[in-house]
Design a protein around this ligand. Structure first.
Ligand SMILES: [Ca+2]
Ligand SMILES: [Ca+2]
Length: 187
């Protein structure tokens, strides 16, 4: 489930997976919601990837990462996509930082950065890290993003490896977290 500002009102909305797609629940502000099936694949992330106040959607399917621009009224239009190697995992955060969320994609042992241009497009993928942190985890790589050390730069977690980013945006692997039971997922 993903909570965000997907409709024009002030109330929060949410999206849940349904089959191979997604369903949007638009909040009325009084605890009730209107639901509608979206004409998108299953949504994996959301954020402000275009220069308006509405959250846009990110989906991954097979080898593809796609940005769905929020047109308001429950309509989303695929405005950009990039092809990697399946499977691909993503996180959404403002890495630049310029007020627009960007996409991080993990695919086939490589971590990529896709900067949002603000008009619904994505800049060509830039490789950040190459080489799986640990071959034990290559079947279930997940990626998450957040400012873990409070320096104003979004840091990254690739499965069980923490990468901190310097003010210049450079990545340094600083910690490996051990788990007893195989791949883990991040929220
Ligand atoms: Ca940005
Ligand atoms: Ca940081």
């Amino acid at each position: 489930m993903i909570v965000g500002q997907f409709g024009g009102g002030a109330a929060a909305d949410w999206i849940a997976g349904e089959g191979t797609g997604s369903r949007l629940f638009t909040g009325a502000g009084d605890g009730t919601f209107t639901s509608a099936l979206l004409a998108t694949p299953a949504i994996v992330a959301a954020g402000r990837l275009t220069a308006d106040e509405l959250d846009d959607l990110v989906a991954t399917f097979g080898d593809t990462v796609a940005l769905y621009r929020n047109l308001d009224g429950g309509d989303f239009e695929r405005s950009s996509y990039q092809v990697f190697t399946a499977p691909v995992f993503t996180a959404v955060a403002d890495l630049t930082p310029n007020g627009l969320d960007d996409i991080v994609a993990w695919s086939s042992g490589q971590l990529f950065f896709l900067e949002s241009t603000g008009d619904g497009d994505l800049a060509p993928a830039v490789e950040l890290v190459s080489g799986a942190p640990d071959p034990q985890f290559t079947d279930g790589m997940h990626v998450a993003a957040g400012d873990l050390d409070g320096n104003g730069r979004i840091d990254l977690v690739v499965d069980h490896v923490v990468y901190l980013r310097s003010p210049a945006g450079l990545l340094t692997a600083v910690a490996t977290v051990a788990f007893d039971h195989g791949p883990c997922s991040w929220r």
